[in-house]
Design a protein around this ligand. Structure first.
Ligand code: AMP
Length: 176
């Protein structure tokens, strides 16, 4: 089986979670299979192996799971991007619009050094709003966006569009 087939058979659909009308892609079964996790991390690493990546930024909270593994693979620091009020040290914030209302994400002020090339990772790309907000945080800290790496892309939501102004290097392992 290809990696794509193995991932598709591991990831399960949860209808109406966390609210009616959403088909939630549950990646937690992937975590039970470390061989699959390794292959997944290698597949996200490969397209960036010859590019400059100084750190990997993972978006709360499922972006931490493979994000740390990916940082380990590159042998670079991991940067947690968190929801408002979760990070204990001095932070910078970026507010962005959701379908209904808005959200704020934050990073520690010393998480990224000026000039760092930052690979942004999350488990899933939907509308792209969260990943684009993470790119804004990187830029506020004078970092460069090295690219974006996702496990799943919900292609019908065109989430890659708002990311293109930050980087042309956008990869997803499986598309629905
Ligand atoms: P967006 O900002 O619209 O690209 O949403 C991406 C964030 O929401 C990611 O952190 C995902 O983990 C989460 N998310 C959005 N839609 C889904 C879904 N259908 N299944 C699982 N996670 C989702």
């Amino acid at each position: 089986m290809s990696l794509q087939e193995r991932l598709k058979s591991a990831i399960r659909d949860i209808p109406d979670f966390p609210k009616p009308g959403i088909l939630f892609k549950d990646i937690t079964p992937v975590l039970k299979d470390m061989h699959l996790c390794n292959d997944l991390v290698n597949a996200m690493h490969r397209p960036f192996a010859h590019r400059k990546v100084d750190c990997v930024a993972g978006i709360e909270s499922r972006g931490f799971l493979f994000g740390v593994m990916l940082a380990k693979k590159f042998n670079v620091p991991f940067v947690p991007i968190r929801k408002h009020g979760k990070l204990p040290y001095k932070t910078i914030s970026y507010k962005y619009n959701l379908e209904y209302g808005s959200a704020i994400i934050e990073a520690h002020v010393d998480a990224i050094k000026p000039g760092d090339h930052v690979l942004i990772h999350d488990d899933l790309l939907a509308t792209g709003g969260t990943a684009a907000a993470a790119a804004e945080l990187v830029k506020m800290l004078d970092g460069h966006v090295a690219g974006f790496a996702f496990v799943v892309n919900l292609e019908f939501l065109n989430g890659k569009e708002p990311l293109k102004k930050h980087s042309d290097h956008i990869i997803s392992l499986i598309d629905y």
